[in-house]
Design a protein around this ligand. Structure first.
Ligand code: ADP
Length: 187
């Protein structure tokens, strides 16, 4: 199973991707988590990424694509993977396509979690209080939502055209959302 999660910040991609990863026994690959780990370890990648993340902007495609390309070569990702937060730009879609094609693989499903913008802002503000993520301030949240609408929302139509888009209402409680995802993938 090769699955991509899409949806605006706060839609619950990370939560649902982690549940599905346990269910299917395939790795959950979150570009945001990888960047955050690099930031906290102070690696060159982390130092490069941090200024974009703190501003709510996307890390440049060249940096992100190289990181994902490397991650997908690890042994644990050979039977399948769940990508959370990648691809987010037209260029990343093309790049992922090329990575998979070169190893004779393809995506099985793109899951779009749909949510109401007010709910998302509320969830992110709450996460800020609980986890203290530096990009969960109100201004940066607003910018992240704008960048999502401009650069990532258009990708949904691309995957719809490919016939692999699955739309799931992300507004229910965690269990009902993950049940809906599991039965949409494994009917
Ligand atoms: P969220 O979806 O809640 O905004 P993430 O943890 O997925 O949070 O990402 C946090 C930040 O990491 C993004 O705002 C961006 O700066 C960076 N990032 C994550 N994935 C990508 C990507 N595919 N391309 C560029 N930047 C990314």
């Amino acid at each position: 199973m090769r699955i991509v999660f899409m949806g605006p910040p706060g839609a619950g991609k990370g939560t649902q991707a982690a549940i599905l990863s346990r269910l299917f026994g395939i790795p959950h690959i979150s570009t945001g988590d990888i960047f955050r780990a690099n930031v906290s370890e102070g690696t060159p990648l982390g130092i490069e990424a941090q200024r974009y993340m703190d501003a709510g902007e996307y890390v440049p495609d060249g940096v992100t694509n190289a990181m994902v390309r490397d991650r997908l070569t690890h042994g644990d990702a050979q039977p399948g993977f769940i990508l959370d937060g990648y691809p987010r730009t037209v260029e990343q879609v093309a790049e992922l396509d090329a990575m998979l094609r070169s190893s004779g693989q393809k995506l099985d499903a793109v899951i779009e979690l749909t949510v109401d913008i007010d709910v998302v802002v509320q969830r992110l503000v709450q996460r800020a209080a609980e986890q203290g993520r530096p990009d969960d301030t109100e201004d940066v949240i607003r910018r992240r939502l704008e960048v999502y609408a401009e650069q990532t929302a258009p990708l949904i139509a691309v995957y719809k055209d490919h016939g692999i888009l699955i739309r799931i209402d992300g507004l229910g409680d965690i269990d009902s959302v993950s049940n809906a995802i599991a039965s949409a993938i494994n009917p």
